[in-house]
Design a protein around this ligand. Structure first.
Ligand code: SF4
Ligand SMILES: [Zn+2]
Length: 331
């Protein structure tokens, strides 16, 4: 049987570095297999692959099995991140008693992070959570239209803001996730959207993580990308957004792009991607703007040119791909 489909085993577990109490620490990441995001069942967000991947019929016993598996791998890492491909606080995914059991297992961890949509966050739930909890909010964008039309998120920026304020009032921490370059945004608009979203999230966030779009299979964004009408953001855009906000926000600015350097993820020309992504990683830990410096590459001029062309043509399509195709046809 495909291990990926075994309900009593977590979808994935790995170790990585992250920050806790201002220092770099070891973190264990657990992706629990649950009945999936309630919003994904209603169609979900345009960039989210969980809508097609969600399972059903996961029982409390399955969740317990997944936990047992995680506990065997746990080596007292100070930071534990528990993702569910949805909302940890949605009782259809994780029943309340199971939630308590999970948080209890990791009670000695310095920090536990999980993600939730704002509709599951209220004062009663927050009162039951231990103080080592950080809640990740998938805010994505502070722009109403972007959130409603490009992402189809199903909640407003104010819903996230209210949840964030409530979480911090309860003495817990907030990590905000923002989406760099949602569908239909040009490269330049995507940078501006990320910057205003960072400024918006700073009021109620301890950390702001920028997630550049990674085109996942069977998603609306993949359909547009396949037609050549969407290009994932450039790493230059990610660096630009971080550079323009560095030193202006109280929250820690970070990005750990999935699919970075691939055609489906945030990428440059291919030749400079690794170094540019290393710069993003360095900055994410240090917050030192100098760490965003990376080797010059000729593709930076292409990036600037693409942004100028998008404005001239009034399009958010993949301009560079269209030009490359035309050149190939003309050969
Ligand atoms: S991005 Fe989050 S909220 Fe949207 S469908 Fe996916 S799991 Fe649900
Ligand atoms: Zn390059």
């Amino acid at each position: 049987m495909d291990r990926k489909k075994v309900p009593s085993q977590p979808e994935a577990i790995w170790k990585e570095k992250d920050m806790s109490s201002g220092r770099t620490v070891d973190a264990m990441v657990i992706i629990l297999r649950t009945n999936g995001c309630s919003w994904a069942r209603k169609g979900g967000c345009t960039m989210c692959g969980y809508a097609s991947a969600s399972m059903s019929g996961i029982t409390a016993g399955d969740l317990m099995g997944q936990l047992d598996h995680a506990v065997k791998i746990y080596r007292n890492e100070p930071f534990v991140k528990i993702y569910t491909s949805g909302s940890f606080l949605d009782e259809n995914e994780i029943p309340a008693d199971m939630r308590k059991a999970i948080l209890d297992i990791f009670r000695d961890a310095e920090r536990i992070l999980f993600e939730s949509r704002p509709e599951y966050i209220n004062e009663d739930v927050l009162r039951t959570l231990p103080k080592n909890v950080s809640i990740a909010l998938g805010i994505e964008s502070s722009d109403h239209d972007v959130l409603a039309k490009s992402i189809k998120k199903g909640f407003t920026p104010e819903d996230s803001r209210n949840a964030g304020i409530m979480i911090r009032k309860a003495g817990l921490k907030v990590r905000a996730y923002l989406l760099l370059k949602p569908l239909y945004l040009s490269e330049r608009d995507a940078i501006e959207d990320a910057i205003s979203s960072i400024m918006f999230a700073d009021e109620f966030s301890d950390e702001i993580s920028i997630n550049p779009v990674n085109v996942q299979k069977f998603t609306p964004i993949e359909r547009v990308w396949k037609k050549g009408d969407y290009r994932p953001p450039w790493i230059w855009s990610l660096i630009e957004a971080m550079r323009r906000c560095a030193g202006k926000v109280n929250a820690r600015l970070m990005s750990s792009p999935s699919g970075g350097g691939t055609q489906r993820g945030v990428h440059n020309c291919g030749g400079c991607d690794r170094k540019a992504l290393d710069a993003v990683e360095r900055f994410s830990f240090s917050q030192n703007i100098k760490d965003l410096d990376t080797d010059a590459c000729r593709c930076r001029d292409t990036w600037l040119e693409v942004m100028r062309s998008e404005v001239l043509l009034g399009t958010s399509s993949d301009v560079q791909r269209a030009i490359d195709n035309d050149l190939a046809i003309g050969k």
